[in-house]
Design a protein around this ligand. Structure first.
Ligand SMILES: NC(=O)C1=CN([C@@H]2O[C@H](COP(=O)(O)OP(=O)(O)OC[C@H]3O[C@@H](n4cnc5c(N)ncnc54)[C@H](OP(=O)(O)O)[C@@H]3O)[C@@H](O)[C@H]2O)C=CC1
Ligand SMILES: Nc1nc(=O)c2c([nH]1)NC[C@@H]1CN(c3ccc(C(=O)N[C@@H](CCC(=O)O)C(=O)O)cc3)C=[N+]21
Length: 292
């Protein structure tokens, strides 16, 4: 058997087109253009790439992109002062503080300074609470994108056994909440989980967000399962030439796609959905802030 490949790039494109249409309608009917502010502290090369890609996608959707790049030695108080300024700026509808932050800054403190109604990453305590309680939250982008991808191959998730590998605030925990809201029976596994392979073998939907290259093997997967590979890991690729690298997920893709019913590739799976959902959240935040 060979798994159906879930084309995250194509689904993301359609989400972005919907957002662009929504932005155009806001402009026409209400005369304003949503703005997304991205704050980057330091020179982490991967973060620089993501921030640049977010800026391009934001403008492509017809929104304004406001980029704040601060040196790595910026103090926590200065970052907080910037977030507060953006909270008070009516031109700014969404605020994203790129993670990870340099070691001398407490990410938790900075994130919770963001106005929850502008928290398009869905990482503040208020939005995390709303998500768990089933109230109108701004939902973290990667988990939201993962659910949209599952829906392309599974009409109804009710009663499915879903296993989430990983319990981070950014991915694992909110993804488990969303799967529960879809009426899955949810197991959250992590580094202390016993018999991890056996737990995975019980999954009708297996989501891997551990940050360990190709950790999930083909024989961990239930035949026909839907596999969502959130992991983005850069590994050496000497076969491409000296000093070259490539991206792999948390799942051994070749082995898994021989067993799974459907699977997301890396790249081209969850990653593009993350950016698409960020734009979607920015449009949502812009409308809500104006009572639309
Ligand atoms: N596609 C996208 O858009 C995005 C992709 N990512 C990628 O997703 C992955 C996860 O990211 P993130 O959630 O931020 O990572 P974190 O490092 O914050 O969390 C990793 C989680 O995996 C668990 N874990 C680690 N090792 C093992 C193991 N050997 N067995 C079982 N569980 C383990 C940890 O368990 P414990 O809690 O017990 O330590 C932890 O809960 C990364 O590859 C990241 O690059 C992240 C964000 C967006
Ligand atoms: N506050 C905050 N919010 C985030 O959502 C956030 C963050 N910080 N820090 C880092 C992680 C990682 N992340 C990705 C987004 C897009 C791709 C993506 O588009 N990936 C492409 C490939 C990109 C490439 O080629 O390098 C793909 O998978 O096809 C990947 C990873 C968001 N994150």
């Amino acid at each position: 058997m060979s798994a159906r490949i879930i084309d995250g790039k194509a689904v993301a494109k359609s989400v972005r087109e919907d957002v662009a249409a929504g932005v155009a309608a806001l402009e026409k009917d209400h005369g304003f253009t949503p703005g997304l502010a991205v704050v980057l502290v330091g020179e982490d090369p991967a973060s620089q790439v993501y921030v640049r890609n977010k800026g391009i996608a934001t403008r492509e959707a017809g929104m304004r992109s406001i980029e704040h790049k601060l040196p790595a030695d910026t103090s926590q108080d200065e970052v907080i002062a910037l977030v507060r300024r953006l909270n008070g700026d009516d031109e700014v509808d969404g605020i994203l503080v790129q993670l990870p932050l340099p070691g001398h800054i407490d990410a938790n403190v900075v994130i919770n300074e963001i106005d929850p109604d502008k928290d398009v990453d869905g990482l503040t305590e208020v939005n995390a609470g709303r998500l768990v309680l089933g109230k109108d939250a701004l939902v973290p982008c990667t988990p939201q994108g993962s659910i949209l991808l599952i829906k392309t191959v599974m009409e109804d998730m009710s009663g499915a056994n879903a296993v989430v590998l990983g319990r981070s605030i950014l991915v694992g925990k909110p993804l488990a909440s969303l799967l529960l809201a879809e009426n899955c029976t949810v197991t959250t596994a992590h580094s202390r989980t016993k018999d991890l392979e056996e737990v995975c073998r019980g999954a009708d939907i297996l989501c891997a967000a551990v940050g360990r290259p190709e950790m999930v093997k083909g024989d961990w997967i239930k035949p026909g399962a839907v596999v969502i590979d959130v992991g983005i890991n850069r590994v050496d690729a000497p076969e491409k030439g000296e000093g070259k690298s490539r991206l792999v997920g948390d799942v051994d893709y070749d082995a898994a796609s021989a067993v799974a019913g459907a699977i997301t590739p890396v790249p081209g799976g969850v990653g593009p959905m993350t950016i698409a959902c960020l734009l979607k959240n920015t449009l949502t935040a812009a409308k809500r802030r104006r009572g639309l």
